[in-house]
Structures are given as structure tokens and as C-alpha cells.
Design a protein around this ligand. Structure first.
Ligand SMILES: [Zn+2]
Ligand SMILES: [Zn+2]
Length: 149
């Protein structure tokens, strides 16, 4: 067995900008449709994350099944990633964000915490237990303080 390194495993590098993302889609084969370009543009202009429904609401010309299909393609190309913020629908955002979502279990407010705040914990768990925490896929659950009602 290889000794564990101290750096986190590199995920695929996110695209540097919108043109880079479009280039990546073209190189990955498949046609660069209007829906794909519109969705890429949306993710580069909209900060934060959106559910598939929210993407659809912002792009009325793109039908629902296309939204889901293109989201899967963008995710596969390493352009977007999704997170499960709680009991609700998955939310999509540009890949490569250095934040971890924390959702309040009472009011469902989402707070984006700088990933670096958790580096020490992640390192310690890796060294001690030989497991790498994936803090991107599921939001951490917490509660607002002072406590929300
Ligand atoms: Zn709250
Ligand atoms: Zn998931």
C-alpha cells in the first residue's frame, strides 16, 4: 500500500472561464447546442448554486428534460458539481468552489464556509483514520447561532 500523502487528491481542474468550458465541451465531442451554451453562460454569471428547477426557470427556452441532460453532461465534463443541501433537491454550481455548504436544520439557511477552515480537521482525520472526508457532496448540517426560532 502506498503511504498516504498530505495533499488532498486533485479533482479534475475546473475550467478557468466560460470559453475554456465551451472548449472542453467541444473537445469532449457532441454538438455544442444553444442549451449547452446558455447553461454554461448562466453558471458563469450566477454566483452560488441552483437546483435544476431554478436553472429551468432562468432559461425558459430550455425544456426540463434538456436541463437535466445538460447538467449531467456539464458535471461529467468537470464544469459544474452538485451538492445536497438538505432534504431538498440537489443544487448545482460551478466546479472548483473552495467552500463547504453548511445548512441550518431549522431555517434551511445555507452558509458557505471557506474550505481552508476545515483543512486541519480533514488532514487529521486522513492521518488518523486513513479516510478522506468528502465535504463537497453533502452539506454539513448545523444550526444558526444565536439560535433561530
Ligand atoms: Zn437557522
Ligand atoms: Zn449527489
Amino acid at each position: 500500500m502506498r503511504f498516504v500523502t498530505t495533499t488532498a487528491p486533485r479533482r479534475r481542474d475546473p475550467p478557468v472561464d466560460r470559453d475554456d468550458a465551451l472548449r472542453r465541451l467541444r473537445e469532449g465531442g457532441g454538438r455544442l447546442t444553444a442549451a449547452k451554451s446558455a447553461m454554461v453562460a448562466l453558471f458563469f454569471t450566477e454566483p452560488g448554486s441552483m437546483t435544476a428547477d431554478e436553472v429551468g426557470a432562468r432559461l425558459p427556452s430550455v425544456d426540463e428534460s434538456t436541463v437535466y441532460r445538460v447538467l449531467a453532461q456539464l458535471e461529467q465534463a468537470g464544469i459544474v458539481e452538485h451538492v445536497h443541501p438538505g432534504h431538498g433537491a440537489a443544487a448545482y454550481r460551478l466546479a472548483g468552489a473552495d467552500t463547504v455548504s453548511v445548512v441550518c436544520s431549522v431555517c434551511e439557511r445555507v452558509v458557505d464556509v471557506d474550505r481552508a477552515e476545515l483543512d486541519e480537521l480533514v488532514d487529521r482525520i486522513r492521518r488518523r483514520y486513513g479516510v478522506e472526508l468528502d465535504l463537497h457532496h453533502f452539506a454539513l448540517v448545523g444550526r444558526c447561532t444565536p439560535f433561530c426560532p
